[in-house]
Design a protein around this ligand. Structure first.
Ligand SMILES: [Zn+2]
Length: 461
């Protein structure tokens, strides 16, 4: 049966998206996001014999291990070594199937399609009870619902100090995890107050082993990895999608965020795109990925911790204030519209790095209203085309969505959804490598001045 994933408001520009799911030969789920009803694609059978596929390795060599020195989980995924690596065009597994040449997508055409990764780093999460505090349950089924999903009022500032805050040591995070500086003078915001929570314990006690257990802590790689194909056209790229196709991709991301976030064991949904061989992309076909992690990621913990510390020291919402501060400075703003602002962050790490924030703060993709979804597509396509114009060709980039954790009730309303686009290219033909200071010390050295990068992007069309 066809089940509309989104009911558009009467004024919505793009049509509704129809979501239909089926199964591949080895049981993996495939979900078609169709731009018109009645395609019948989900009913097309996968004719491949995948019965001798090894499947994800489940031995002790794979899994998630705790790094007690850094206070972070590391995913060991040995089975991924066998994955498809830069196949020739005629063997692309993301193109639609043709007679005699079946691919991962059994249908002969598609708009946007999502399927479970054949070589997943994380797998086995099942629909079921959500994270410990159950907030993900509130998201379940909210996929693509416009306006107000999750009941998050866009409340500018006004976060009472302490709300969502992280008492030092709560949950037993190893001391100093996540960059707790020695000495208040090191960190600009609220001396003293910044330490607690910077490592982000707020995300739930189960996430962080402590004491001697932390020396050998491991857990199964429970989670989910999905692939999102943006178009059936092998030679296209996100930057060249139509706004309505980009909108269908956003619908798919919102749907998967809600569905995966409601699965048992998943604490964080991450939608992203790696673009270009230089980033390590193994398939050229335009696609992104969605990971459902069984823990809150270090970057998210950091964002939550910083926002909590900022609020505790008597300020409003950190995400709101960062955007307001960029707008008021103006020198790093790249482009904006009624619903979104794109700017190079003042302390950009990558040579070309742009953050896109909605004007009305929301915690995640499902909470974006219809108008904001449309406006995002307009601005994001504009920003990507500016990247192309600066380099004279499509640069390699990483696009990463930062969303509130699934089930993070305490912090959900204070989190600010945003997209970060980062190009590893410094100049035509020159790449930025994560070398000694970045890989060894976590200190980034960027030799492109952010204001200059913003100016080039602003002027590039
Ligand atoms: Zn292809």
């Amino acid at each position: 049966m066809h089940e509309p994933a989104a009911v558009p408001a009467p004024a919505a520009v793009p049509a509704a998206v129809w979501k239909n799911s089926g199964r591949l030969a080895d049981g993996r789920e495939i979900i078609y996001f169709d731009e018109s009803p009645g395609s019948g694609r989900a009913q097309v059978r996968d004719t491949r014999d995948l019965s001798d596929e090894a499947g994800p390795a489940t031995g002790p060599e794979s899994g998630i291990r705790w790094d007690p020195l850094a206070g972070e989980w590391v995913v060991i995924a040995a089975q991924r070594q066998g994955r498809t690596f830069l196949p020739p065009l005629e063997q692309c597994p993301l193109c639609p199937s043709r007679p005699g040449r079946p691919t991962e997508i059994p249908a002969s055409d598609y708009d946007v399609v999502v399927f479970e990764n054949r070589f997943p780093s994380l797998y086995g999460a099942q629909p079921g009870p959500a994270g410990p505090d159950g907030a993900a349950a509130a998201q379940a089924g909210s996929g693509g619902t416009p306006e107000g999903v999750g009941g998050t009022p866009a409340r500018a500032g006004g976060t009472p100090a302490g709300v969502g805050g992280t008492p030092a040591g709560a949950g037993g995070t190893p001391a100093g995890a996540g960059g707790t500086p020695a000495g208040a003078g090191d960190t600009p915001a609220g001396a003293g107050g910044t330490s607690a929570g910077a490592g982000g314990t707020s995300a739930g006690a189960g996430d962080t082993p402590s004491g001697r257990d932390s020396l050998t802590a491991r857990r199964p790689p429970t989670g989910r990895c999905e692939v999102v194909c943006f178009t059936a056209d092998h030679d296209s790229a996100f930057a060249y999608l139509t706004p309505s196709r980009a909108r269908t991709v956003v619908e798919a991301g919102a749907d998967r965020t809600a569905v995966l976030g409601a699965m048992g064991g998943i604490r964080q949904v991450f939608c992203f795109e790696n673009k270009g061989e230089e980033i390590g992309v193994t398939l050229h076909h335009p696609h992104g990925q969605i990971y459902g992690f069984p823990f809150v990621t270090p970057r998210t913990r950091q964002l939550i911790g910083q926002a909590a510390a900022y609020a505790r020291s008597g300020n409003g919402n950190l995400f709101d204030d960062v955007v307001a501060s960029e707008l008021s400075a103006g020198t790093r703003v790249v482009a904006r519209n009624e619903h979104w602002t794109a700017f190079v962050p003042a302390a950009a790490r990558w040579p070309y790095e742009v953050l896109l924030f909605p004007v009305r703060r929301v915690p995640d993709l499902p909470a974006l209203c219809d108008a904001a979804r449309d406006a995002f597509c307009e601005l994001y396509l504009d920003v990507l085309r500016r990247f192309d114009a600066v380099f004279g060709s499509q640069p390699p980039y990483i696009a990463a969505w930062y969303q509130a954790p699934a089930g993070g009730t305490a912090t959900r309303n204070d989190f600010g959804l945003h997209l970060r686009v980062m190009s590893v290219r410094r100049a035509p033909g020159k790449l930025k490598y994560l070398a000694g200071t970045e890989s060894g010390m976590g200190v980034w050295i960027n030799d492109v001045v952010p204001e200059t990068a913003a100016l080039r992007l602003r002027e590039a069309r």
